[in-house]
Design a binder for this molecule. Structure first.
Ligand SMILES: NC(=O)c1ccc[n+]([C@@H]2O[C@H](COP(=O)([O-])OP(=O)(O)OC[C@H]3O[C@@H](n4cnc5c(N)ncnc54)[C@H](OP(=O)(O)O)[C@@H]3O)[C@@H](O)[C@H]2O)c1
Length: 332
């Protein structure tokens, strides 16, 4: 198969390209090449999708499958569909669970109501979850409007594993592996979901090979956050590790944030978002998504944490100093 990855130098795109190469496919990656390298064996075509006619270097090329990881740019997706769609046998668009309008109700399927699409001009930061979701809805619509018979749309949830730089899932294996007193959020009613990037990449390459189409929640089945934390503790924590469960009010008083970002307890959700990490994954599993054993995902994320160093400035989670400060206040 001749596969084009629009991206391929960072995380999801890089892993898809590497998996396709491992299976013996011919892989072209198209990116500026400023964030990193394409995997060895792939051909990198330098393109800048912010430029008018930015995909000109690929015009007229034919691919058996195209994978687009465009994060928050509607025009990137629109232009890619126009320039490359006519010569593509299959088209994967990596979308997100942020497309859904209702973050409160657990167990929703792919047919749940979506945010209103926003065809924002140019790329926008993904820091605003609703704008991020709305631009992804517009991008999904663009793909479906022109390539519905070939489109595979994956609404991924939290992606973890090698090359993850978001520091969210990895916070917990990294934290438990250090032992001592571990600060936990209240977990009652909280669910969580993730997907290891290697499982996601494998499914995307399968879909290109098998011409799978449709729209899917690309995520593992939900599990209670309590069980998630207990299992990670069992897998990586040294003997003598203690846990201290704070109340919502105590965490708020200490400016500890939900979900992710600096000074957060990752994956902990506000009461308004209890459906956010509880999407129905059954259609994806029926369409061939295979989820590795939880222990593999945990050890993969721990390896990333060890490589980056526990004392680094984190994108998400508490630094050891911040956690100690909160624990000391709680126990005073
Ligand atoms: N992380 C999560 O937990 C999560 C959850 C749900 C969905 N997702 C989705 O997963 C995807 C993430 O993709 P990713 O991890 O491979 O990485 P990414 O950080 O989104 O990188 C996207 C690619 O775009 C390229 N790029 C950036 N600016 C460009 C430009 N002006 N012209 C051409 N290419 C450009 C980058 O390469 P260069 O900079 O080298 O050009 C990179 O290869 C996104 O679609 C995101 O919405 C992520």
């Amino acid at each position: 198969m001749r596969l084009l990855v629009l991206g391929g130098t960072v995380f999801v795109g890089h892993t898809v390209a590497a998996e396709a190469l491992r299976r013996g496919h011919e892989v072209v990656c198209a990116a500026r090449g400023t964030s990193g390298e394409a995997p060895a064996g792939a051909r990198l075509v330098r393109v800048d999708r912010n430029e008018p006619d930015g995909l000109a270097a690929l015009a007229g090329e034919r691919f058996d499958a195209v994978v687009d990881v465009a994060t928050v740019s509607y025009p990137w997706v629109r232009d890619a569909v126009r320039v490359l769609g006519p010569g593509a046998g299959h088209w994967t668009f990596v979308s997100t669970g942020n497309v859904y309008a209702d973050a409160a109700t657990p167990g929703q399927t792919e047919s749940a109501e979506l945010l209103a699409p926003r065809q924002v001009d140019g790329s926008v930061p993904d820091a605003d979850p609703d704008l991020y979701g709305a631009v992804k809805v517009a991008s999904e619509n663009e793909v479906l409007a022109h390539l519905a018979d070939r489109a595979f749309i994956v609404r991924a949830g939290l992606i973890t594993g090698p090359r993850d730089r978001s520091d969210r899932f990895g916070y917990w294996p990294g934290r438990f592996a250090r032992g001592g007193r571990v600060l936990l959020p209240p977990t009652e009613g909280q669910m969580t979901q993730h997907i290891d990037v290697r499982d996601l990449a494998s499914w995307i390459v399968d879909a290109g090979e098998q011409r799978t189409t449709g729209v899917y929640n690309g995520i593992c089945p939900p599990r209670p956050l309590t069980a998630f934390l207990d299992e990670i503790r069992e897998i990586v924590a040294p003997a003598g590790t203690e846990t201290v469960v704070a109340t919502e009010e105590q965490l708020r008083d200490n400016e500890v944030q939900y979900w992710g970002g600096p000074r957060s307890l990752p994956l902990w959700l506000p009461p308004t978002h209890l459906g956010f990490a509880s999407r129905d994954a059954s259609a994806a599993l029926a369409a061939g998504l295979r989820i590795r054993p939880f222990e593999d995902a945990v050890r993969g994320a721990l390896a990333v944490e060890q490589e980056l160093g526990f004392d680094r400035e984190r994108k998400s989670g508490l630094t050891p100093g911040q956690e100690k400060e909160v624990l000391d206040k709680l126990q005073a």
